[in-house]
Every structure is written in C-alpha cells, then in structure tokens.
Write a protein of this length. Structure first.
Length: 464
C-alpha cells in the first residue's frame, strides 16, 4: 500500500464558483484515498465560502490576498485582477511551501487549475511535481491546443469571414458561433489566450505531461485522443456523487437553510419543472430577463428560476423587479441561489435552461436532464454545440437581430424539448443514455476512478 506516510497535495484554484466546485470535489476524492489536501484560493472567495467542509478531516485551507472583491465583474478589470492574483499568489505560495518544508510536511504534488500557470513555476522552484487540472471539457482543451500556434490567424479569419469554419481532429466543424468567445473580438479578457499559451509551454517542459480533466474518458474519447502531445485523463465528473451529498461547502452565494424550493419540487409531477440558471458569473440585461419571464409564462409549465442578486444589469432610473412578478410567483418559484445538483437530481425537473458553463452542462448530463442552451461567453458556445450536435441532449436558443432571445423562441425550444414531438422524444432518450454512460464512467472502479488512482500511484501514493 502507501509508500509514504500521509501524502500531501496542494490544490490551487481560481477564486470563482465554477472553479472552486470541481476543485473541492477533487479534494474530497483525494481525501477518500488517504491524501491530506490543502486547498488554496484567493481570500475574497474564501471569505465568502460557506465552509461546511472545514469539519472534514484531511483538509486544510490556505489563502492569498487579492486587491478587489474577487471576481466581481462590475468592479474589477479582470486583466489587472489576474496579474495581481499572480503577484500576490506567487508570494503566498512560496511562503506556504517554505513553511511546509521547514515543518517537515512537504507537499508530494501541487495541483493547479486553469489560468494559474504561475503555480507550476513556483512549485518547480522547489522541485515539487505540479499537475494541471483542466476543469473544463476535453474538447475545449483540444481546440485551444490545436490552434495554439495560430490564435491570431484564427481571430483574424473568424472576424473577417462569417462563413469561417474550424475543422479539427476529433471535433465536428465549428463555426465562429461555436468557438470559445476569446476568439471573437472584441474580447475584453485579453489575458486568456496568452495564459493558455503559457500553460502549454509549461506542459512542454515536462517529460510525460499528463493533464487531469473534469470529464469522463468515454464521453470525449475522440477529443482526448486528438491531443497527442499530452496525456489527458478524465477524472470527472467532479460533482457530488449522489443527490444527498449536497453541501460541498464551497458555495460563495448563500443557499437558504429551509430549501423551500426542494419542498416545492416535491409537490410537482415527474419531469414537469423547467429549471433556469445562468451560473455564478453571467449578468443578463433587464430586457432579456423580461423575455425569459414571458417565455416561461407562455409555456404554462412550472419553473424554478435562479436570479442571482448580482445577475441583472440595472440601468439607472430603471424600475427594479420584473413587470409580471405576480404571475411568475403563481406559476413558478424564483430563488437567488440553490443547491443545483440536488435540484437537477430531483425527479420533477424535466428541462434545464442553462448558460452551458461546463459544470452546469456536465451536471445536467450526469443527472439525465435535457437542456435548452443559452450560451454567454468563454467555453459556453462550445458546450452548447456539443449538447445540440454531438450528444444531442438539447437545443440552442436563437437570438433576434438585436441580440435578444425572445419569449416566443424560449417557449418554442421548451416545447420542443419537453413536448410530445419526435425531436423531444429523441432528446430525452439521449439524455437518459448519457446519464447511464456518465454514471458508468463515474462509479467506483470506473474509468475516472482508475485514472485518479493511477495518478496517485505515479506520485508513489499507491491506492489499490
Ligand atoms: C465559469 C464559466 O462560466 C464556465 O463556462 C466554466 O466552465 C467554469 O467557470 P459559471 O459561469 O459559474 O462558471 O458556470 P458553471 O461552470 O456552470 O458553474 C456554476 C456552478 O455553480 C455549478 O457547479 C452549479 O451547480 C453551481 N450553482 C449554480 C449552484 O450550486 N447553485 C445555483 O443556484 C447556480
């Protein structure tokens, strides 16, 4: 069994909900295998986390400061923020590693997530192995990897030619509409593509570069194979493994203690409820929210809608609240945050209107819930493409000329997915198939479990 007493892994994560959730899930799995995990992120997110996880044995926390209020898109320039994170984070990380060495508790490995290549650089200064955790889907890694030598060219073509199509091994042809938003100017997040290049350069310096991916081998086999230079291994889904395992303690938004929405869901028939959520970062215009409300009301179906307190753009002088609040309350329920995996696992939920963040998409696949997709930025358009054209478990909403998805379009897509037609039946059947496939890969001794054990074995942390 274990070659070393109490092996230690340091997990460093971007301070955003979509990154914290999969990292904490990985922490849980590692702890299950007898590893002591130190979870490190920026203080802004750490201070907001509900931290029910602090009582877990085998887990400790470390933080580094960040200058603003973290990932608050309204106040922070993310380009400056990421530079500041690198500066403060590198310093704090060095101090933490030095302290661990001085106290005889040196880390066996540092696992760092997306957008934090500097973590690997610091770990190497101390000759500690650093492993990259890609907490998005393998397809996206494939896209960034295959085009990494010609980002500028892709951006040029993508803009100039509306008929532009990217053809890559292991992927269906991708239009500009399916590509990650960082390829389509104006891209306000200038740091992203250079940081990805840095990630690849760091991997290139390793002898047998391996990347842990929040996916399942069987789900994205072709995309994974297409990345021939690095070994991608699926260790997902990094989400709670059963609906009762609800709190991972990483929520940076407050979940109400009573969880009235769960009671409300209990009162609804099987597969009847539309669940609507746009993740932790997306901010929708007031006009768009009104259209969603219209569409939901027109379906006549019950819905559970997450509208975060910071999730709506408010113009000065504009009235707060929704124009049809009363009708909405009669037909559905609006909450500021919920325990999403618990909701998606509920038998009453029949469809997920999602922005297609990778966590939400993956959670929906694992729970067998068909989707109506409304991608916003980043990897979300690509996830939407996979949902609609590869896994065929949902449909994408179409915007009008003003860039708005109208209520009638929302109703059309919801009826298509939940109604009696042939396409809806096909989509629901596929959602069930994907649920089985992902559960198979995720179970004990399934591909993800084996891959994680193999990773630990390579670190001489043998777990049978
Ligand atoms: C971001 C990016 O947008 C996403 O594309 C990327 O893959 C990861 O980082 P975010 O936009 O927040 O994340 O979306 P998503 O990846 O779906 O993560 C949101 C997480 O919050 C999910 O794990 C979801 O279960 C959780 N959530 C969301 C809740 O627990 N309750 C809610 O009410 C809403």
């Amino acid at each position: 069994m274990g070659a070393m007493a109490e092996p230690k892994i340091l997990l460093v994560t971007v301070p955003a909900q979509g990154h914290i959730n999969p990292s904490l899930q990985l922490a849980k799995r590692l702890i299950h295998y007898g590893v002591h995990v130190t979870f490190m992120t920026a203080a802004s997110a750490f201070n907001r986390m509900n931290k029910t996880f602090t009582t877990t044995q085998g887990l400790s926390y470390a933080t580094f400061s960040d200058y603003d209020q973290g990932f608050n898109r309204r106040t922070a320039d993310l380009n400056l923020y990421m530079a500041e994170l690198r500066r403060c984070g590198s310093q704090a990380l060095r101090e933490l590693i030095v302290e661990s060495i001085n106290t005889g508790t040196r880390f066996n490995c540092v696992v760092y997530s997306l957008m934090l290549p500097w973590v690997a650089t610091v770990a190497r200064e101390f000759h500690i192995p650093a492993t990259f955790l890609w907490n998005q889907q393998a397809t996206l890694f494939n896209i960034y990897y295959q085009s990494s030598k010609r980002y500028e060219e892709v951006i040029e073509n993508g803009v100039k030619d509306p008929m532009f199509v990217m053809e890559l091994p292991g992927l269906p042809p991708l239009s500009r509409y399916d590509l990650p938003s960082f390829y389509i100017p104006p891209n306000p997040l200038a740091f992203v593509l250079p940081t990805l290049k840095e990630h690849f350069e760091i991997l290139d310096e390793e002898t047998n570069p391996k990347v842990l991916v929040n996916t399942i081998d069987e789900l994205e086999a072709e995309a994974m194979k297409a990345v021939d230079k690095y070994k991608l291994v699926g260790i997902g889904p990094l989400m709670p493994s059963n609906p009762n395992e609800t709190s991972i303690g990483g929520d940076i938004f407050k979940v109400s203690k009573e969880k009235k929405e769960m009671e409300w869901l209990n009162s609804k028939p099987k597969s009847s409820v539309i669940y609507v959520s746009f993740g932790s970062l997306a901010v929708l215009s007031k006009a768009q929210i009104e259209e969603i409300a219209k569409g939901l009301l027109e379906t006549g179906r019950p819905f559970l809608w997450v509208i975060r307190e910071d999730g709506t753009e408010q113009k000065t002088g504009e009235e707060k609240g929704l124009s049809c609040e009363e009708e909405l309350e009669k037909q559905g329920m609006i909450v500021p945050w919920c325990s999403q995996v618990e909701v998606l696992s509920h038998r009453s939920v029949g469809c997920f209107v999602t922005h297609c963040g990778w966590n939400s998409t993956f959670e929906s696949l694992v729970c067998g819930v068909p989707m109506v997709t409304f991608p916003q930025v980043s990897d979300q358009p690509t996830n939407s493409k996979l949902v609609e054209d590869v896994w065929k478990t949902g449909v994408r909403l179409t915007k009008n000329e003003e860039g708005l998805v109208e209520g009638c379009e929302i109703k059309r897509c919801l009826e298509l997915v939940m109604g009696g037609g042939e396409r809806g039946e096909e989509i629901r059947k596929n959602a069930k198939k994907l649920k089985e496939l992902t559960r198979e890969g995720a179970k004990e001794n399934g591909s993800s479990d084996k891959n994680l054990k193999a990773f630990l074995n390579e670190l001489s942390i043998n777990r049978q």
